[in-house]
Structures are given as structure tokens and as C-alpha cells.
Design a protein around this ligand. Structure first.
Ligand code: SAH
Length: 255
């Protein structure tokens, strides 16, 4: 999801994304794989926070795959309403609560969480800042699982280098990000690159399908057209340069 538009465009962004099953690349399989790497046993009773949950694809997975309670956190109430509907439909609403607040100002008590999860969202405050700020909420030995856009090669063509460093100031390689995890107080338990399917089939293809409806809801709205254009550019560049970057899941344990 694009973090760079101005405040007044936020409602437009919410409208663009709220019908989507996901607001970033990901899959049920990869959420499950990351959870396995964490070493958490399904029978452990956990207190979990899913930060930047969007409409909650991974929140529901966390509720199904772990024992305990998941707090779904997002800035936008429209997304949290979706999470609630989906949790009802799946019969897991007793395991999920929602919390509307900024990831930069979380109200959790220190050392109160067993697991912090965040898929495709930590970039909104920055990888390192997020990892540092959230560390205190984890119990000693608590687990963090975050997915984050990452360069997959040391050298990149200029066009894509310029595009992504312009979009996000923390574009680094997996090696650098793994090191940053350590510096922020986590032992790295594992990391892996999300599949192309998680971008293409699960994120971009459904997005492209929603565009005509979105544009007809916002006829002659320049901001809406600009948003669509920006997304289309992102997709074109992904198709051209997907070997050079991807989403990587990082799983760590608080030291
Ligand atoms: N985890 C979801 C959503 C990823 S998109 C998925 O993978 O499908 C990023 C999410 O972060 C959006 O839902 C957006 O509303 C949320 N977000 C952006 N800035 C935020 C902030 N400052 N605090 C909390 N959530 C934020």
C-alpha cells in the first residue's frame, strides 16, 4: 500500500483498498511458514498483535494457527470493520479484537506480548524504527515476524533503483536487514522471500480487477486517476524488475 500520498488522499486510498482481500503481497502458506519458523507451538496460549493488519488476511491465519488472542491494529476503522466481518464469518471472532491506533503510538504494556506480527506494513514507520519501538512490548524471548520490501540483488538497473529508493528510504538487501534485526535486539530465527504468486495472483491481479469500479466511483477525480496511474506504474516495474526486489519475511526472537 502506498504511504506517500498526502493526508487528504487517505480516504481515497482506503476506498481503493478496502474491497481487497489483501493490501500487500502475501499468502496463507507464507504466513504459516513464517509462523513455523518462529518455533511457536500451536497449543501455546499467546497474546498476539498484528500491526498494520489491513483487512486482516493474516490476522485470520494467526487466529486459526495459534491458540490465544490476536489484537488487530490499524490506523483505519474501515479496514478493522472488514476484519470483524471476516472473523465473524470464519467463527474466530472470540479470538480477535481490533484496535484503531497508529503503529507509532501503540498502547501495549511493556513485556506484555508473546508475538508481534506485521505483514507489508512496518515500512510506514520504517523498518528499524518499528523494530526498535516494538521491542519493548515483547516479553523476553517473544517473537517478531515482519515482511518487508528488500533488494534481492546487490546491483540493480538504474530505473528500478531510482524508483524504489524514491518511494522508500530504507531499501536495503536482505543481508543488511538481517543485521538491522540483530542491532534492534532480536536473534534472527529465519528469513525467506515471498513467492511471485504472493505479488501477482494475491495482490496485483485482484487490484487490477478493482480499478474500473474504483474509477467509476470517482469519475473525473484527478487524485483517483493519479492513484491508479501510480499503482499501474508500480505493477509495470514489478513485471520488468521482479528479479531485483521482493518481499522478505524476517522472523526473530527478542534477546
Ligand atoms: N497486513 C495487511 C495490510 C498491509 S498494507 C496485508 O498484508 O494485507 C499496510 C497497512 O498498514 C494498511 O492497512 C494501513 O492502513 C496500515 N497503516 C499505515 N500506516 C499506519 C500507521 N501509522 N499505524 C497503523 N497502521 C498503519
Amino acid at each position: 500500500m502506498d504511504s506517500l500520498l498526502e493526508n487528504e488522499d487517505l480516504q481515497l486510498i482506503v476506498d481503493f483498498y478496502v474491497d481487497g482481500e489483501r493490501q500487500g503481497p502475501g499468502s496463507h502458506e507464507e504466513t504459516g511458514k513464517a509462523l513455523k519458523l518462529s518455533g511457536i507451538h500451536p497449543s501455546e496460549s499467546l497474546k498476539v498483535a498484528d500491526i498494520g493488519c489491513g483487512c486482516g488476511s493474516q490476522t485470520l491465519d494467526l487466529a486459526k494457527l495459534t491458540h490465544g488472542k490476536v489484537v488487530a491494529v490499524d490506523l483505519f476503522p474501515e479496514f478493522l470493520e472488514e476484519v470483524k466481518h471476516r472473523a465473524d464469518d470464519l467463527g474466530v471472532s472470540d479470538k480477535i479484537s481490533t484496535l484503531q491506533c497508529s503503529m507509532e503510538d501503540l498502547p501495549f504494556e511493556e513485556e506484555s506480548l508473546d508475538l508481534i506480527w506485521s505483514e507489508g506494513a512496518i515500512y510506514n514507520m520504517g523498518f528499524q524504527k518499528g523494530l526498535q519501538a516494538w521491542n519493548k512490548f515483547l516479553k523476553p524471548g517473544g517473537i517478531i515476524g515482519v515482511s518487508e520490501i528488500t533488494w534481492l540483488k546487490d546491483k540493480r538497473p538504474e530505473e528500478i533503483e531510482k524508483y524504489w529508493t524514491g518511494e522508500y528510504s530504507e531499501m536495503y538487501t536482505e543481508e543488511v536487514k538481517r543485521e538491522q534485526m540483530k542491532q534492534c535486539g532480536y536473534e534472527l530465527l529465519g528469513s525467506f522471500t515471498l513467492s511471485e504468486k504472493s505479488w501477482e495472483k494475491n495482490y496485483y491481479a485482484p487490484m487490477l480487477k478493482r480499478i474500473p469500479d474504483f474509477l467509476s466511483r470517482h469519475k473525473a477525480d484527478e487524485q483517483a486517476e493519479a492513484l491508479v496511474k501510480a499503482q499501474e506504474t508500480e505493477i509495470e516495474l514489478y513485471n520488468k524488475y521482479k528479479d531485483y526486489y521482493g518481499y522478505v519475511f524476517y522472523i526473530g526472537r527478542k534477546i
